[in-house]
Write a protein that binds this ligand. Sequence first.
Ligand SMILES: [Zn+2]
Length: 101
Amino acid sequence: MDYLRYLKALFLILQHHHKYLNRMPYYVLEYDTNKDGERHVHLEKSDCYRMPKKDNQLALGFHDDCFKAMDKANEMYDNINACFNCCMECYERPKKIQEQS
Ligand SMILES: [Zn+2]
């Protein structure tokens, strides 16, 4: 009986964990730099048209949001930016555009 209760508790924990992992977005970093020398963070499940090919992706892992994914990427490389298509809230516009507006 205790064993069954233990199994039930374990099952509930696993179920919760599974939901949590499924909900948390997974981020990748594009290895190749763009013309400004930046590497871009992408959201993996976004079907982003700018998503780099698999052999040009570095795993950033599961993060609550793109800001945390950016922190992780900044630990790995300098000149990190976010993809303006799939990580819009983290995308930093080039300085020239910022100064005009
Ligand atoms: Zn993207």
